[in-house]
Design a protein around this ligand. Sequence first.
Ligand SMILES: Cc1cc2nc3c(=O)[nH]c(=O)nc-3n(C[C@H](O)[C@H](O)[C@H](O)COP(=O)(O)OP(=O)(O)OC[C@H]3O[C@@H](n4cnc5c(N)ncnc54)[C@H](O)[C@@H]3O)c2cc1C
Length: 370
Amino acid sequence: MADFEIAVIGAGVVGLAIASRLSEKRTNLVVLEKNEKYGMETSSRNSEVIHAGIYYEPGSLKATLCVAGRDELYSLCRKHNVGHKQLGKIITATNEKELNQLEEVYRLGSRNGVELEILDRRRALALEPHINTVGAILSPKTGIVSAHELMDHYYHAAVSNGVTVQHHCELTGIEKSTRGYLLTVKEGGQTSTFTSEKVINSAGLYSDRIAELAGIDIDKAGYRMVYAKGSYFSVASSKAKLVSRLVYPMPNKETLGVHVVLDLGGRLRFGPDTEYQDDRNFDYRVDDTKRNVFGDSVRRILPAIMDDDLAPDMSGFRPKLQRKGEPEKDWVIVHEKERGLEGFVNLIGMESPALTASPAIARYVETLLA
Ligand SMILES: Cc1cc2nc3c(=O)[nH]c(=O)nc-3n(C[C@H](O)[C@H](O)[C@H](O)COP(=O)(O)OP(=O)(O)OC[C@H]3O[C@@H](n4cnc5c(N)ncnc54)[C@H](O)[C@@H]3O)c2cc1C
């Protein structure tokens, strides 16, 4: 018998959601996390938006798991007192040309089953008097969530179901064995091994590397990721009450655009921008010299914000399968049976909206293992 039935690699929101879900019916699970605590990487460096599911290719995992996950997330938050608020969101067209695009976004969202409403300028301004708009979409299902409280919930649910979450424990080797997988880990300078029947790779920014450790040619498989840094600037508290909903510009091919982010404490931020990286050197500092560029983007949607109102805040890195200029790519969530890796599930390219979709992703992984 293997030491564990399932080893989950990575204790971000996705790994924790999976561990919490799978441990409802199984008892022998371990989660490996290289950092001192869970959720210290992308899962705590994002907009904390509960996305409604508007923008994604209909039928894709992103679209279906976002729409399902959003509803599950709202009920989970209500049931377990996880901080959240269904604020709603406005997507604003700032000129006549963008009105055509507004229609496209509306049609795409509707195809994904998202409840949306088109607003003329007067109605948009009645909801958000300070925005720049010639017409807008209202998405009432969009909201915000405390990512930390959500991860605390998943963590405690998993631990109370008997899951071992091993912090400071980095997976460094995977070998297929008769009892499933032989996993090598580095823990406080010591190397050790154990076996697990199944392995779930939810290692976020490093998930392509973990797939490589399992012997997959990640270039051939199309699993090699690129990273796009997203920085945020916070806004002086005197201007934090200018909006009461999330406000987004028209999306472009690669991003949703620098948008207004509100958190549960009433803080207002703008971001994230998109800066593709040439390497895996994750430098989280926010470059203050971007203030003017941010100011220009922000004023497109909220003209009262001056450059001096902005201060560098935080940043995060998107683990992407889509290279610069390419069309959007879906998440990879695959049981790798066909590569001879029975019991090995890869989750790669888990960029937004994986926080929103986390409960539905966990359910999907459960079906892959059934
Ligand atoms: C700027 C930005 C804004 C975003 N905004 C939103 C949003 O508003 N709404 C939304 O739904 N989504 C959003 N997202 C996306 C969301 O944050 C991510 O999709 C989600 O957090 C991914 O979670 P994860 O668990 O896959 O990855 P992570 O949080 O990165 O967790 C992976 C974990 O694996 C661990 N790990 C890696 N390698 C190893 C190893 N070898 N051994 C052990 N442990 C390992 C890491 O330490 C890490 O803790 C945003 C992302 C970014 C970057």
